[in-house]
Ligand binder design. Structure first.
Ligand SMILES: [Zn+2]
Length: 76
């Protein structure tokens, strides 16, 4: 089974500004993951975080252990 790979979260080196390479991803909780990046230009290595912060549409298979703030943009 081949997983579909969408666009990966990417960022730039905070020191030299070059695009960095993702070398490791750790899923910490259902809504939070840490991504280790390496800069091939200046040799820096750092961890960035990716977190689900708001829901725009409810899930059809809600996880009872996950609580995420719901934002209703259709609200008048
Ligand atoms: Zn760099």
């Amino acid at each position: 089974m081949s997983a579909k790979t969408g666009p990966r979260p990417s960022t730039h080196c905070p020191h030299c500004g070059c695009r960095v390479r993702n070398v490791k991803t750790d899923q910490i909780t259902a809504t939070y993951r840490e991504i280790t990046y390496v800069c091939d230009n200046c040799d820096a290595q750092f961890i960035a975080a990716l977190e689900v912060v708001r829901m725009l549409r409810p899930s059809s298979m809600p996880n009872p252990n996950v609580r995420i703030k719901f934002v209703n943009y259709g609200h008048a």
